[in-house]
Ligand binder design. Structure first.
Ligand code: CUA
Length: 376
């Protein structure tokens, strides 16, 4: 390869790397914190970046200066002055790194304790999170209807603005990691153990621009599609949402939705859970299990709770926009649009690896969509 060609390739690679930094701000970034917890982390990152950049510039400048100033001259083969054993210099370059590391270490350790603190008090919103292959379940343990049923939702967390939220998390299967880059750091979600994370969001989010979240620990086939959304509401909007969510779903009595409900009862309820308005009050359909982890009881379904499915903006682990087209594709062959292994499902042990293809007819699909969209 010619020299100019190598130079061209080298330049293109360097430019590509440099220009990729200008790609505009993706929404899933930790560099635009939207709450105090994420801001603590971002501030630490900035501090470390500034110090590291200063060290880099100073060291490189000294290196380049030395290369030029002290390079070997023609007809001069005298040995340069040797400096080893210079106590004053050795003390100096021991002390400088100590000062640098201490000025990074102190705020970082302080920040770790701040970020890890578990939010406590009567004003804290308590949410229990269960990670599943490959979706998230949220139970608002203190928000109950008159019958004591808690608010349960999936893949979309709704929180009030400017409020401390304590997430108590565990996993139903393998290790996941809960991460909302704009609101907090990552926290592993481990089966048989509990981990906590504090969330605080500054401002309400527009309905179509929730904070994107992502599982950040490789957990199998659909790890990349184990996403979720965090919607932030004003306190009044949040209260209204809670009232809505605690209302049982109406059993559809006519039209396509009623036919969809028949199919639903014959197939979907093997895994999905719904609270419907029965003749004498709320009734639960579909399995719900409870597990005790470190003294905390987690209620969890085998598949996402669908009681207010129509109110969610996404489905399939926060992956697909919730609309009739996507639902039709999903119901026709779920594993065709999101990688899953439903052939390995075992309902007895509760090990579920995705929704099977029930070979639904196009009428059944249309009817199910009518039913699901009605459950807002
Ligand atoms: Cu769950 Cu990756």
């Amino acid at each position: 390869m010619s020299r100019s060609r190598r130079l061209a390739i080298f330049t293109i690679v360097i430019l590509a790397v440099a220009l990729s930094a200008c790609s505009g701000s993706g929404p899933q970034t930790a560099l635009n914190p939207e709450g105090p917890v994420a801001r603590t982390i971002d501030n630490l990152w900035e501090l470390v970046f500034i110090i590291a950049a200063a060290v880099f510039v100073i060291v490189e400048a000294a290196l380049i200066y030395t290369l030029i100033r002290f390079r070997a001259r023609k007809n001069d083969d005298t040995e340069p002055v040797q400096l080893h054993g210079n106590t004053r210099l050795e003390i100096l370059w021991t002390i400088i790194p100590v000062v640098i590391l201490a000025s990074i270490g102190y705020p970082v350790i302080k920040g770790i304790f701040e970020v890890r603190a578990i939010a406590q008090g009567a004003d804290v919103l308590q949410v229990q999170v269960t990670g599943h292959q490959w979706w998230w379940e949220f139970e608002y343990v203190d928000l109950k209807d008159d019958t004591g049923r808690t608010l349960v939702t999936a893949n979309e967390l709704v929180i009030p603005e400017d409020t401390e939220v304590n997430l108590t998390m565990t996993s139903a299967d393998v290790i996941h990691s809960f991460w909302i880059p704009t609101l907090a750091g990552k926290r592993d979600v481990v089966p048989g153990r509990i981990s906590n994370l504090t969330l605080i969001a500054d401002n309400p989010t527009p309905p179509d621009e929730p904070h994107p979240g992502q599982c950040a620990e490789f957990c199998g086939l659909s790890h990349a599609d184990m996403r979720f959304k965090v919607h932030v509401r004003t306190q009044a909007d949040f209260d209204a949402w809670v009232d809505e969510q605690l209302t049982p779903a109406e059993i559809p009595t006519e039209g396509a939705a009623a036919l969809g409900y028949e199919t639903f009862n014959a197939t979907c309820v093997a895994c999905h859970h719904v609270t419907v308005a029965g003749a004498s009050g709320p009734e639960d359909i579909g399995p719900v299990r409870t597990t005790e982890v470190d003294g905390v009881t987690f209620t969890s379904s085998l598949a996402p709770n669908l009681t207010h499915f129509g109110s969610r903006t996404t489905f399939g682990g926060g992956t697909f926009e919730n609309n009739a087209d996507h639902l039709a594709q999903w119901l026709a062959n779920p594993a065709g649009i999101k990688p899953m292994r439903p052939e390995l499902n075992d309902i007895q042990t509760g090990r579920i690896l995705g929704m099977p293809n029930f070979n639904l007819s196009s009428d059944e699909i249309t009817n199910l969509i009518a039913m699901l969209e009605g459950w807002e």
